[in-house]
Design a protein around this ligand. Structure first.
Ligand SMILES: NC(=O)c1ccc[n+]([C@@H]2O[C@H](COP(=O)([O-])OP(=O)(O)OC[C@H]3O[C@@H](n4cnc5c(N)ncnc54)[C@H](O)[C@@H]3O)[C@@H](O)[C@H]2O)c1
Length: 382
C-alpha cells in the first residue's frame, strides 16, 4: 500500500495536546477503557473514570493498577443524577464514552438492560455534557454492529442505514440515533459558537489486544484455553470480522478527539475505524495464526448445527476511507504483528514473571514510534 507524504506526521498523536487535558472516560474498568486510561495517563492527561466495577475477575483495570492512577468512580450510567454530578464537578475538556453492556450473548439474556445501558446510558452521558462549562470534544463509542447487516460482501460506510438483529447490535444502532438527535438538537453545528461542543460517534470492529478477559470473545477464549493447555472451542469458524488492534483503534479515537477539540464543526459526525484491506480474516484463520505463535495451541470447531449459539452476523466489513483521508489515520500494525504483541502480552502475564504495567508501557512506546508498512514491521520491537 502506498503511503501519502506527510500522513505519517498527521497520524501521530500530539502529546502536547494531551498533556494537562482533563479527560472523562466512561467504561474505564473495561478492556478498551483501561487501555485508554492508561495511555492517557502516560500522555500526561488527568483522567476521571466512571463505570461499574470491572466486569471480569481477571481484568486489566487491576493489572494496570488504575485505581491509584486515575480518579475512579464506580457508578451506574443509568443513574443520571450521579453521572451529571461527577461530570459537572470534573468539568472535562474531552469526554470519551465507552461504558456499555458489550457482549452479544448477554444481550440475548438481558435485552432490556442492554437497551437501557447502551441507548439510554448514551442519552444520559450527552445530557450530562449539557451541564459542563469547558467540554469541547465528546466521542461516543458505538460499534460496527450498529449497521443494518445485509450479509453482503461490501464494506459498510458511515451513511449506511442503522439496524441490528440481536439486542446488542440494535442497542448500538439506537445509541447512534440518540447521538444524532442530541447533536441536531443541542450541539448543532450552526450554533457551535454558542455551545462550543463537538460530538462524534465511532464505529469499530472486533477489537483485539492483551488484557481482555471478556466472555464470548475470541482472543480471551483462546488465551484462557491455551494457558491451561486446553483446546479452544470455536463457534463460527468461517465468520469474517474486522479485527482491530487495540492501540491502532485507540490512536484513531485520540486523533479524532484532537480534531474535534480544535476544529469541532468540521468533525462532528460518525467515523468508521477498520483494519487494512485483506486483513479481514475468518475466525479460524485467527485461531490458526495464534496457535502458531503460541507454540502448541489446539482448537475444536463447534457443531454448526448446535443450537447453543444464537444468531450472529456472518460477514461484517467496515469502510474506513473517510478516517484515512480526513484524519490521516490508518492502522500502523499488520494483523500478524498485532497478534505477536497480543501473544507476547498474555504469555508474559501467565508466566507471572514480569511487571505487566511496564510491559504495557513498552507496547505503547513501541506503537507510538512504529511506522506502518515499514519493512521492520515484522521485527519484534517490544
Ligand atoms: N471490544 C470490542 O471488540 C468492541 C467492538 C466494538 C465496540 N465496542 C464497544 O466499545 C466499548 C468498550 O468495550 P469493551 O470491550 O471495553 O467492553 P468491556 O465489557 O470490557 O467494558 C465495558 C465497560 O462498561 C462498563 N459498564 C457496563 N455497564 C455499565 C453501567 N450500567 N454503568 C456504568 N458502566 C457500565 C463496565 O463496567 C466496563 O467498564 C463498548 O461501548 C463496546 O460496546 C467494543
Amino acid at each position: 500500500m502506498e503511503f501519502r507524504e506527510g500522513a505519517l506526521e498527521n497520524m501521530d498523536i500530539n502529546k502536547k495536546f494531551w498533556t494537562g487535558k482533563k479527560v472523562f472516560v466512561t467504561g474505564h474498568t473495561g478492556f478498551k477503557g483501561a487501555w485508554l486510561s492508561f495511555w492517557l495517563r502516560s500522555l500526561g492527561s488527568t483522567v476521571k473514570g466512571f463505570a461499574l466495577p470491572p466486569p471480569t475477575d481477571q481484568n486489566l483495570f487491576a493489572v494496570l493498577n488504575l485505581e491509584s492512577n486515575v480518579q475512579s468512580v464506580f457508578g451506574d450510567i443509568r443513574d443520571l443524577d450521579l453521572l451529571k454530578n461527577h461530570i459537572r464537578k470534573f468539568d472535562p475538556d474531552v469526554v470519551i464514552h465507552m461504558a456499555a453492556q458489550a457482549i452479544v450473548r448477554e444481550s440475548y439474556q438481558n435485552p432490556v438492560d442492554t437497551f437501557q445501558v447502551n441507548a439510554i446510558g448514551t442519552a444520559h452521558l450527552l445530557e450530562a455534557v449539557r451541564y459542563t462549562n469547558n467540554t469541547k470534544a465528546v466521542i461516543c463509542v458505538t460499534s460496527d454492529k450498529c449497521y443494518e447487516n445485509r450479509e453482503w460482501p461490501w464494506k459498510y460506510r458511515e451513511n449506511d442505514p442503522m439496524g441490528g438483529w440481536d439486542p446488542y447490535s440494535a442497542s448500538k444502532g439506537c445509541s447512534e440515533l440518540v447521538i444524532s438527535s442530541y447533536r441536531n438538537s443541542f450541539f448543532n453545528n450552526e450554533h457551535y459558537a454558542k455551545h462550543g461542543v463537538a460530538v462524534a460517534s465511532v464505529r469499530a470492529g472486533n477489537v483485539i489486544g492483551g488484557g481482555d478477559w471478556g466472555q464470548d470473545r475470541l482472543i480471551p477464549d483462546i488465551m484462557r484455553a491455551f494457558s491451561q493447555n486446553e483446546r479452544v472451542i470455536i463457534r463460527n469458524p468461517s465468520a469474517i470480522r474486522p479485527w482491530q488492534y487495540i492501540l491502532d483503534l485507540l490512536s484513531g479515537y485520540l486523533l479524532l478527539a484532537e480534531r474535534l477539540y480544535e476544529d469541532g464543526p468540521n468533525y462532528m459526525e460518525a467515523w468508521n475505524f477498520g483494519p487494512n484491506d485483506n486483513e479481514e480474516k475468518t475466525v479460524k484463520e485467527i485461531v490458526q495464526l495464534i496457535s502458531k505463535l503460541w507454540g502448541n495451541g489446539a482448537y475444536r470447531e463447534l457443531d454448526p448445527n448446535s443450537t447453543s449459539h444464537p444468531h450472529e452476523a456472518f460477514t461484517l466489513k467496515l469502510d474506513s476511507s473517510k478516517s484515512r483521508s480526513r484524519l490521516g489515520w490508518m492502522p500502523k500494525f499488520t494483523l500478524e504483528h498485532s497478534l505477536e504483541c497480543i501473544v507476547d502480552w498474555y504469555k508474559q502475564y501467565y508466566s507471572g514473571e514480569n511487571s505487566m504495567k511496564e510491559l504495557s508501557e513498552k507496547h505503547i512506546t513501541a506503537f507510538e514510534t512504529h511506522r506502518p508498512y515499514d519493512s521492520r514491521a515484522q521485527v519484534k520491537d517490544y
